[in-house]
Design a protein around this ligand. Structure first.
Ligand code: 13P
Length: 236
């Protein structure tokens, strides 16, 4: 079973999301786990269906006076079971720091919500990739937590929205490194998924890489036909 997680980012109007959800009724998956992460506003439209619900962010505090934020309890009561944390767009454009990423992960784990921790290097960091990934893992993971529950999404920043993906060999060695690093350092067996320009064409190549536990889709998840094709290929 592979995870196919759709990150809608800041897309769709209310009318468009209603049509999307309607079309989704025709999309089936026999043996994969589909997760949809729409805008907070649209979570209710995705509830009670055949797939799981995720959010694109969560507040770093439990509750209280934090205008504009959404708490882990609010998400849980809305049916959310996955939360994307530390996406590169939030780290770089919205200045999300390591401290708040760590707090968000703790809050999710305490509330039995699966955190999807995004890690990845910039183009100019390619030759020190492992150092970057190690720092991102170390600043998010805390000993004594249910670290096996964390899903790591490896998203090379230079691949997001560019149509360019790393080679098969690159992905394999990076995934091997991530899995063995968390195993040796934290005794954790984390699922690792790939994100960055996954589409209905390159999914054939990506799907040959056994070590990948799933995909974090951006642009391709906005179009039902592309999503359907991706699921079909992953289904085999
Ligand atoms: P794209 O698939 O549009 O490159 O986005 C990937 C991503 O950032 C998913 O979180």
């Amino acid at each position: 079973m592979k995870l196919i997680i759709s990150n809608h980012k800041m897309n769709f109007t209310l009318e468009e999301i209603k049509i999307y959800v309607e079309q989704l009724e025709t999309v089936q998956s026999k043996n994969n786990l589909l997760v949809f992460c729409p805008s907070f506003l649209y979570l209710p439209y995705f509830k009670g269906k055949n797939y799981s619900l995720g959010s694109q962010n969560v507040a770093s505090q439990k509750m209280g006076a934090l205008t504009g934020e959404v708490s882990v309890e609010q998400l849980k009561s809305s049916g959310v079971s996955y939360v994307i944390i530390g996406h590169s767009e939030r780290r770089n454009l919205l200045k999300e720091d390591k401290d708040s990423i760590q707090k968000k992960i703790s809050l999710c784990l305490e509330n039995e919500i699966t955190p999807i921790l995004c890690i990845g290097e910039q183009l100019e960091e390619k030759n020190q990739k492992e150092k970057v990934l190690q720092e991102e893992i170390d600043s998010a993971f805390q000993e004594g937590q249910a670290l096996d529950e964390i899903i790591i999404a490896y998203e090379p920043i230079w691949s997001i929205g560019t149509g360019i993906i790393p080679s098969k060999e690159d992905i394999t060695s990076t995934f091997e490194w991530i899995k063995s690093y968390v195993k040796e350092t934290y005794h954790a067996n984390c699922k690792v998924i790939y994100g960055g320009s996954v589409n209905e064409e390159n999914i054939r190549l990506l799907n040959q890489i056994q070590i990948i536990d799933g995909y974090l889709l951006g642009g391709a998840s906005l179009e039902i036909e592309k999503l359907r094709e991706i699921i079909k290929v992953v289904e085999g």
